[in-house]
Design a binder for this molecule. Structure first.
Ligand SMILES: [Zn+2]
Length: 426
């Protein structure tokens, strides 16, 4: 039985930290379970430290104080490095009956499948996490864990917290309930991603971009992908594990990638540049719509059922008045999710495109590195000859600037059109 950390590809150092913290957390629980000897009101973590110093003596296990458990963690790393995978695995290890993340006990199993009563995964669907959502979450997180271990709250994309939501979270992180653990995921600890005050209360677990070999190995071992396909997908995905798996399995994803990589040779004039921009935007819209349409419809049906369409009698009129508001809320959430999905799809395309110009740049510089896109390497080589290193670099920068512009809320079409013109002109 693989343990809960098995899916964390190429993250040995982080896994080591998390294993030791899980063991320390289990020791905290054991220490709390023994009859208190001295200071019954003492903080459990202090008790752990004393125990580790050899002053406690009541519990059997002595834990390295440097391995310490703490109430708040931030998992950082580039997209696809496995921030949320790491957070979920750690949550499972905290709920594990053996304190190790064995992968086989009910605590591990229910956490990994998303059904553990004391683990909440907050996955923002829209562009930001609002204050109301955060307040409700903090309130529930303060309750006693029903399984007797920890209340764990995992906040994916914590960089999307609104300022007010961040403040609500900060209060909880500053004065944590004794059995509550917050696990935040963010691209980095830069103040743009996470407020300095929250950062100062958290322990940081940095994840690295996994090497293509490590990604390919896991695709072969776990997903049964043929070795040559796995190697190609891992390189093309540039260290993004989920993307590599999708490229290996999903022909539609491969087709979309090919269309994006056809862009550089299509840029033959101003008109072609605008056409390419339109095509890229429309492809992202179509991909995003395909990804949310099912969820939208089932949510709407569920809400209509819950509101009891066709109800009569006392209270029905009031219910209908409330229903209009709820429906409007749902539509707002769905619109926000659709926008997010579109931006994510567009960003994936831009990352592919950046890979192409990076290949051209490394070839122009004759750098001894493997190309990102082996299947368009010849085309990138032709580009390298035509543009030289400087021209390739300018084009790479145009793609990266486009990503930054969209991230800071420039209208995607405007940013992509500007990028295409730069790619054409060089
Ligand atoms: Zn377990």
């Amino acid at each position: 039985m693989p343990d809960v950390f098995a899916d964390l590809v190429g993250q040995d150092e982080a896994v080591d930290t998390l294993r030791r913290a899980a063991a320390a957390a289990a020791a905290v629980l054991r220490a709390a379970a023994v009859p208190p000897t001295a200071d019954a009101a003492g903080d459990e973590f202090d008790a752990l430290a004393e125990e580790a110093d050899g002053a406690g003596g009541a519990a059997a296990t002595v834990v390295d104080p440097g391995a310490g458990m703490t109430h708040a963690w931030i998992f950082t790393g580039p997209p696809g490095s496995g921030r949320s995978v790491a957070a979920r695995a750690f949550a499972a290890a905290l709920q594990c009956a053996y304190g190790t993340g064995c992968g086989g006990c009910p605590g591990c199993h229910t956490t990994m499948t998303g059904t553990h009563a004391d683990v909440r995964m907050v996955v923002p669907e829209g562009l930001s996490i609002g204050v109301n959502e955060m307040r409700a979450l903090v309130l529930r997180a303060a309750s006693t864990p029903s399984g007797g271990r920890w209340q764990v709250v995992v906040i994916e994309d914590a960089d999307r917290l609104t300022e007010a939501a961040g403040n609500a979270l900060l209060k909880a992180v500053e004065e944590p309930p004794p059995r509550t653990v917050f696990l935040l995921c963010a691209p980095s600890t830069h103040p743009d991603d996470i407020s300095v005050t929250i950062r100062s209360r958290c322990r940081v677990v940095p994840l690295v971009q996994p090497a293509p070999d490590a990604v390919a190995e896991v695709l072969v071992r776990r997903d049964g992908v043929a070795p040559d396909v796995a190697r190609w997908a891992a390189a093309a995905a540039q260290g993004h594990v989920g993307r590599a798996r999708r490229l290996a399995h999903d022909p539609e994803a491969r087709k979309r990638r090919e269309a994006v990589l056809a862009v550089p040779r299509r840029l033959t004039g101003v008109g072609a540049a605008f056409d390419a921009a339109s095509a890229l935007i429309e492809a992202a819209e179509a991909e995003a719509e395909a990804s949310v349409v099912e969820a939208d419809a089932s949510e709407r049906a569920a809400l209509e059922t819950a509101l009891g369409a066709g109800g009569t009698g006392r209270g029905a009129a009031g219910a209908i008045r409330g229903a209009a508001g709820q429906l409007k809320d749902l539509e707002k959430r769905q619109k926000s999710r659709a926008t997010r999905a579109q931006r994510d799809a567009l960003d994936r395309a831009l990352v592919d495109l950046a890979g192409f110009y990076r290949d051209a740049l490394t070839m122009a510089l004759r750098a001894p590195v493997a190309p990102v896109h082996t299947d368009t390497a010849a085309l990138a080589g032709a580009g390298a000859q035509k543009w030289d290193a400087e021209g390739a670099l300018r084009r790479l920068e145009a793609v990266l600037e486009c990503r930054t512009a969209i991230e800071s809320n420039v209208k995607p079409r405007i940013a992509v059109e500007a990028m295409m013109l730069s790619l054409w002109k060089g």
